[in-house]
Design a protein around this ligand. Structure first.
Ligand code: GRF
Length: 203
């Protein structure tokens, strides 16, 4: 049975697109069945509609975090989602939601965690003066950008890098990393052992 993937996204949705394409091409044995966004005009929702994927806008106005997360959980259950991908999703998920779905939620972050968590991963790395940055795909736990790491890809910095140029190069690697992580998950090749994620095909 192909993996039923639900994607949470707040913006542009290029990572979402990478997953949709890889599913359609048969690279990932799965299907994106629903995209949920907290932003009504998120381009990610339009991308979903363009591919006949269910697009759901969930308005957070006037809702507590718990109520909002419950609304997401209702969609996840109704669509029988097996894997929840956070792809540029800018809201924090509450602890009850994360506990309930631990091991079934992954996130893509544009820096080499545990360095530079938070929403300015690329800018923070550049300003710190690192020579290598990159991206991280990890399982989501209760901490921000904190859960067990599935895989990382490095991106060397250039002398003339700006936040934009660095973000662009990291984004290319994000698409590759996310796709690979989702594929491994869909193939049942990931096992969480404490903080470590074992890639079973590499053992
Ligand atoms: C990516 O850089 C992702 O790592 C970060 O937000 C950005 C989303 O890009 N969390 P997109 O919406 O997938 O194009």
């Amino acid at each position: 049975m192909p993996l039923r993937i639900g994607v949470l996204a707040s913006g542009r949705g290029s990572n979402l697109q990478a997953i949709i394409d890889a599913c359609k091409e048969g690279v990932i044995p799965g299907e994106v069945v629903v995209v949920v966004s907290d932003k009504k005009d998120a381009h990610a929702l339009e991308r979903a509609r363009n591919h006949d994927v269910k697009a759901v806008f969930l308005d957070s106005a006037g809702k507590t975090r718990e109520a909002y997360d419950e609304a997401i959980a209702a969609v996840v259950e109704a669509e029988r989602v097996g894997l929840i991908c956070l792809a540029g999703y800018m809201r924090l998920l509450g602890a009850p939601f994360v506990k309930r779905y631990f091991g079934r939620i992954i996130n893509i972050h544009p820096a080499l965690l545990p360095s530079f968590p938070g929403i300015h991963g690329q800018k923070d790395a550049l300003e710190y003066g690192v020579k290598v940055s990159g991206c991280t795909v990890h399982f989501v736990d209760e901490g921000m950008d904190h859960g067990p790491i599935i895989l990382q890809k490095t991106v060397p910095l250039r002398e003339d890098d700006t936040e934009e140029s660095l973000s662009r190069r990291i984004l290319k690697q994000e698409h590759k990393a996310l796709l690979k992580a989702v594929k491994l998950y869909a193939e049942g090749k990931l096992s969480i052992e404490g903080r470590r994620v074992r890639i079973l095909s590499q053992l």
